[in-house]
Write a protein of this length. Structure first.
Length: 95
């Protein structure tokens, strides 16, 4: 009789310990998943910030290149027009 009670008690203890261990494992797994999700969110946000920064840099570079091109074209056309006017006036003055 004592052996039966001890065996039954031992089974109950084993079940309780196993349940407690399972609860701890579940908590650890949930905590690990939460950490992984948080890290993933941080990585995605960082990637988005980098992407926005790259887009801003590209837009700024394009604007600067277009502005420089416009200035160079204006200067070139202006110089050519000035040269043409000078030549035209020279030709006009000779006749």
């Amino acid at each position: 009789m004592i052996y039966t009670i001890s065996a039954c008690f031992l089974r109950v203890v084993v079940v309780v310990v196993a349940a407690a261990a399972a609860a701890v494992v579940v908590r650890v797994v949930v905590a690990a998943v939460v950490v992984v999700v948080r890290v993933a969110v941080v990585v995605v946000v960082a990637a988005a910030v980098v992407l926005v920064a790259v887009v801003v840099v590209v837009v700024v570079v394009v604007v600067v290149v277009v502005a420089v091109t416009v200035v160079v074209v204006e200067e070139t056309v202006g110089a050519a027009a000035g040269e043409f006017s000078r030549l035209f006036l020279d030709v006009q003055c000779t006749f």
